[in-house]
Write a protein that binds this ligand. Structure first.
Ligand SMILES: Cc1cc2nc3c(=O)[nH]c(=O)nc-3n(C[C@H](O)[C@H](O)[C@H](O)COP(=O)(O)OP(=O)(O)OC[C@H]3O[C@@H](n4cnc5c(N)ncnc54)[C@H](O)[C@@H]3O)c2cc1C
Length: 413
């Protein structure tokens, strides 16, 4: 297996202290080695090889633990890596099956659509690419706080296996995921409304029946209120099976209890061989993703697609943008908020503005009940299987279900 060295290594760059409490200087400090951070470090080194780039990860290894269903779209993934034959791919997906609350299945027609990754290997692969270009990776090292110095550099307190030290950086890229603290330390507002935080639970399930080339998505108030349940195949008979829900809409049960009930009903023969829980922020991008010497990327900046809950490709796109903007600012000798605001503008044009639309659509769909989705599934199944594309389902739905018109209107306004 493709694994990164898991050892503690001294920071590179210029040492300005000695012994206990040593301070190191770097140009770019990336906090968090998920997809956002690894791509940010890679892009920073690619764009400006002469700059020092340090990538921090608080866990002992990159890519573990996995808190993800590991599904990505084909086009987005290919912007960063070629999945054909890659060791970090678990499964190619060629079919999407929507499942209505009453279990009516709707198979969507289409070509190869998605990949199920092996995130442990994929995240390690991304980080290794950054290391190959000269970025310094530090695992088992947590950013524990930071302050801004009079010269505009950030002094970040690091906690690792050998104790505490400090790293001074010209730009900090905060890629610390859903539990993000770094943006807050820099004074940015990263709060999430409770109704836009999904609680997720997932098992790796073995020995159950499904089409290994298809992903299954089921909606319904009794199944996953405010979210949906999924089955993402990792191979024949093995799948990530999970759900996300909005706790405010639940009936007192937590995500794992909903999931246990769903699995007992749909996959009673499945053996649970692994489990995880986690949060997904289904909101819009934070109002400001930058400040003096700081950029926030990926889940930490709420860059997940609020409709699908997918954030891997978005995180990589944000990381790439952050790496580029940070290095250009350092080269220009101006890491002020006004210079770094180009990052926010670039992200909003790329995906952030679309997320505002998806968010409105998500809110509008929340007003529709299970009966509506059951009848929508029957409408969709009346379309010939080979013509049942998402676009055609949507068009038919608008004609047959007039209550969708205000929903669609909210998407476009
Ligand atoms: C159950 C579940 C299922 C999901 N399924 C999918 C899916 O199928 N497809 C999809 O696209 N998305 C999915 N997502 C979302 C996806 O996992 C995230 O959007 C994606 O991982 C975001 O990448 P990131 O780099 O921003 O953050 P992360 O991948 O969370 O990486 C952040 C990293 O920062 C580290 N870190 C945090 N704080 C510090 C610190 N202070 N110092 C040093 N390191 C720190 C963390 O240990 C972590 O490694 C799912 C999420 C959940 C919870």
């Amino acid at each position: 297996m493709h694994r990164l060295p898991q050892v503690h290594r001294p920071l590179p760059g210029r040492r300005v202290g000695d012994g206990h409490g040593v301070t190191h200087d770097t140009d770019v400090l990336v906090i968090g080695a998920g997809p956002a951070g690894a791509v940010a470090a890679w892009e920073a080194k690619r764009a400006a090889p002469e700059l020092d780039v340090v990538l921090l990860e608080r866990d002992a290894g990159v890519g573990v633990p996995v808190r993800c269903a590991e599904g990505v779209g084909d086009a987005g993934l290919r912007e960063f890596a070629d999945p054909d034959g890659a060791p970090w791919v678990a499964r190619k997906i060629t079919q999407i099956v929507f499942v209505a609350p009453d279990d009516t299945e709707v198979k969507v027609a289409g070509r190869a659509v998605a990949w199920i990754l092996d995130r442990t290997r994929f995240d390690a692969f991304l980080a290794e690419r950054a290391v190959a270009l000269g970025a310094e990776l530090r695992v088992s090292t947590e950013a524990a706080g930071m302050t801004c110095e009079p010269d505009g550099r950030w002094q970040v307190r690091l906690r690792g296996v050998t104790g505490e030290e400090t790293c001074r950086a010209r730009v900090v890229i905060a890629a610390d995921g859903v539990e993000a603290m770094v943006g807050r330390w820099a004074g940015l507002d990263t709060r999430v409304p409770a109704r836009d935080m999904e609680s997720c639970a997932q098992y790796v399930l073995e020995g159950c029946d499904f089409d290994p080339d298809a992903i299954y998505l089921q909606f319904g108030d009794r199944i996953a209120p405010g979210g949906y349940a999924w089955l993402f195949p990792k191979g024949p008979g093995v799948a990530n099976v999970g759900l996300g829900l909005v706790a405010l809409k639940a009936d007192g049960r937590n995500a794992r209890q909903y999931l246990d009930d769903w699995i007992a009903r749909r996959y009673p023969r499945g053996a649970k061989t692994g489990s995880t829980v986690g949060g997904v922020i289904v909101h819009t991008t934070i109002r400001q993703t930058y400040t003096d010497g700081v950029l926030v990327a990926g889940d930490a900046a709420h860059m997940i697609n609020p409709l699908s809950g997918g954030g891997i490709v978005n995180a990589m796109k944000a990381g790439r943008l952050a790496g580029r903007v940070a290095t250009a600012a350092i080269r220009a000798g101006d890491t002020s908020a006004s210079r770094l605001s180009a990052y926010h503008a670039g992200w909003m044009a790329l995906l952030g503005d679309d997320h505002l639309k998806y968010y409105r659509l998500k809110r509008a769909l929340e007003d529709l009940d299970d009966q509506f989705f059951n009848s929508l599934a029957r409408t969709a199944n009346a379309i010939l299987p080979e013509k049942r594309t998402l676009r055609r389902i949507f068009t038919h739905a608008l004609v047959k279900h007039p209550q969708l018109i205000p929903v669609a209107a909210r998407f476009f306004i």
